[in-house]
Ligand binder design. Structure first.
Ligand SMILES: [Zn+2]
Length: 56
């Protein structure tokens, strides 16, 4: 299981996105970013997320 803490990028956000692998986490992050933050992840943000995905 992989996990990404949105708060690592968006101060104050306590959401954690989980998935079986990095791609699944990225999909969850994209849905969360659109729904909660009104943004669509661009290549730069995807890179940041990949750097910060941890085993969880
Ligand atoms: Zn968030």
């Amino acid at each position: 299981m992989k996990v990404f803490r949105c708060g690592d990028v968006v101060p104050g956000c306590t959401t954690e996105l989980r998935g079986d692998d990095e791609e699944a986490v990225l999909e969850a992050v994209e849905r969360h970013a659109r729904a909660q933050h009104g943004v669509a992840p661009d290549a730069e943000l995807v890179g940041v997320v990949r750097d910060r995905v941890r085993e969880g």
